[in-house]
Design a protein around this ligand. Structure first.
Ligand code: C2O
Ligand code: CU
Ligand code: CU
Length: 548
């Protein structure tokens, strides 16, 4: 391993890692990690005079938290009767406060990290699965070697050392496997956890905390009569549409119910499902008050009659139960909406080619909240939550000619600009410059002719694609719906919350979405992909490269 060429960066690396860690990091990569020594460095755009968290480039922050995270198999009593075989992450804190890691009892979900902006975190992933795996930290702005690119997957028995500084603002991020063609099943069998960041701006608001801060991960699974998870029972259709389970779980529990106090809560919702889209609402029609999205707090709360939450997206609600009578119940539900190809009549909807018994758009209960005695006094929800520096479209280097990504279907797979994922390939039009502000446009042209839709006659493939970009948080510039697609669109578009920072955005059939993205942190190769995990595994993912 020649890391002399890292020069100053190499010195930093030596200081950062113990010799043992460093050897281990190199050893386990078996050729895939030859650039790692150069990766554990401050942002390429690093400027010591303006850097928010690292005081000088040569004195790395001390480690705030070091955790061993083991990915392995286990069984859990999810239902009465037979225990369910699951895969999960288990944490053990090696250094730092044990309170930084919260465990959801009796859940397959991994631990919840609770860390502060600016902290340096070390995680040693140990793979005790029968498959290769790697962890991706969804939403975090970290160097490429820390990001969990599929090429960094480690073999069964191996370990991977993460070491990064949290530069994201307060918000709820998450982590999950990102293994080539195996992300969907690995997440499905249970591998996912939350990564919650706090910062001073947020703390000053005095939002509900402790027992009044509830992370809620919404997922769907299918279980057989032996209580075992069933994946892709509908074969190719599940792969093409995305897996849709018939049982809704919150934090790993079916028929989820929670006792709450008559007080205000911060409900942090993650759609951790492989492909299901939720149309979230309170069953009694109370509007939802949104305070945060993927990348943290909005500038000001917004209300919606319902919220559209696609896989990978997060939304945080302020829910005040203080006016509710003791013993009353509030239910978080998913409202009905016109489904997509899987439920829209035709072959797939009729079940001739399989399909879920709970298609996208079917209504169901998600969580029941039983209101108990009076809890903590409710402080007023602040009218102003945070400051968001707005990107300006005119300042984008490509504002006259946005970088466009066409989402379409070819054969049985979904493509991005006619391409599918290749481990190391980066096309000319997938290279951006570090520190540039760009407009990216995702155009979902599925169903608009071509591809298999027309060829096979009865299949009208209209698929929504939640597009996710690694390494950045972005702002939504605008959306445009093609004529003829409005009616299905309007059933969900009222639930988009585009005001804040995003890392995943739903692109509906017939829709074009423009995002403003500044590639400001680290040079390197990252992926962007559809967060319908079956689509991603089937190739709806590409590399893009940030060049310094
Ligand atoms: Cu949450 Cu590349 O993923
Ligand atoms: Cu991600
Ligand atoms: Cu997709």
């Amino acid at each position: 391993m020649n890391w002399q060429h890292c020069k100053i960066k190499g010195e930093f690396t030596i200081d950062t890692l113990t010799r043992r860690d460093f050897i281990k990091l190199i050893g386990m990569g078996a050729g895939t990690l030859t650039l790692s020594a150069c990766g554990l460095i401050p942002p390429a755009s690093f400027d010591p005079t303006t850097a928010p968290v690292i005081s000088t480039p040569f004195t790395p922050a001390p480690v705030s938290l070091a955790v061993d995270l083991t990915a392995g198999k286990a069984t859990l009593p999810i239902f009465s009767g037979a225990e369910t075989s699951i895969w999960r992450y288990q944490a053990s804190v090696q250094e730092g406060s044990a309170e930084s890691i919260q465990v959801l009892s009796n859940s397959y979900l991994g631990p919840i990290f609770r860390v502060g902006k600016g902290q340096r975190i070390q995680v040693r992933l140990k793979n005790e699965l029968p498959d290769p795996t790697i962890i991706h930290w969804h939403g975090l702005r970290i160097p490429e070697e820390m990001d969990g690119h599929p090429r960094d997957a480690i073999a069964p028995g191996a370990s991977y050392e993460y070491d990064f500084q949290v530069i994201n603002r307060a918000g709820m991020y998450w982590f999950h496997p990102h293994t080539h063609q195996l992300t969907a099943p690995q997440v499905y069998y249970g591998l996912a956890g939350l990564f919650i960041v706090s910062d001073g701006e947020e703390a000053a608001l005095g939002l509900p905390a402790g027992e009044y801060d509830l992370p809620l991960v919404i997922q769907d699974r299918t279980f057989d009569s032996q209580n075992q998870m069933v994946y892709l029972a509908n074969g190719m259709m599940d792969q093409m549409i995305g897996f849709l389970g018939d049982t809704i779980l919150v934090n790993g529990a079916p028929n989820a119910a929670l006792d709450v106090k008559a007080s205000a809560y911060r409900l942090r919702l993650l759609n951790g499902s492989n492909s299901r889209i939720y149309k979230l609402a309170w069953q009694d029609g109370t509007p939802l008050t949104v305070i945060a999205t993927d990348g943290g707090l909005l500038e000001a709360p917004v209300t919606r009659n319902y919220i559209t939450l696609a896989p990978g997206e997060r939304v945080e609600l302020w829910a005040d139960f203080s006016g509710r009578t003791t013993g009353s119940e509030m239910r978080l539900v998913s409202l009905p909406f016109s489904g997509f190809s899987d439920s829209g009549g035709g072959m797939m909807g009729s079940g001739m080619m399989g399909g879920s018994s709970l298609p996208n758009g079917a209504p169901f209960d998600i969580l029941s909240l039983k209101v108990g005695e009076k809890g903590a006094d409710v402080l007023q929800l602040p009218a102003r939550l945070s400051t968001i520096a707005r990107h300006r479209a005119e300042e984008a280097v490509n504002h006259n000619n946005p970088r466009s990504f066409t989402l379409a279907m070819q054969g049985m797979i979904h493509t991005i600009n006619d391409r599918v994922f290749e481990m190391d390939a980066v096309a000319q039009d997938e290279i951006v410059r570090l520190s540039d502000l760009e407009i990216w446009e995702f155009a979902n042209l599925e169903g608009s002719g071509g591809g298999m839709g027309m060829g096979m006659g009865m299949m009208n493939m209209e698929m929504p694609h939640p597009m996710h970009i690694h390494g950045v948080q972005f702002q939504i510039l605008g959306r445009q719906i093609t004529q003829g697609y409005e009616s299905a669109y309007q059933e969900l578009s009222g639930g988009f919350v585009d005001d804040g920072w995003k890392d995943t955005v739903l692109v509906m059939p017939g829709e074009k979405v423009q995002a403003l993205i500044r590639f400001e942190d680290y040079a390197g190769t990252f992926v962007y992909h559809c967060h319908n995990l079956e689509h991603g595994d089937a190739g709806m993912m590409r590399n893009y490269k940030i060049e310094s």
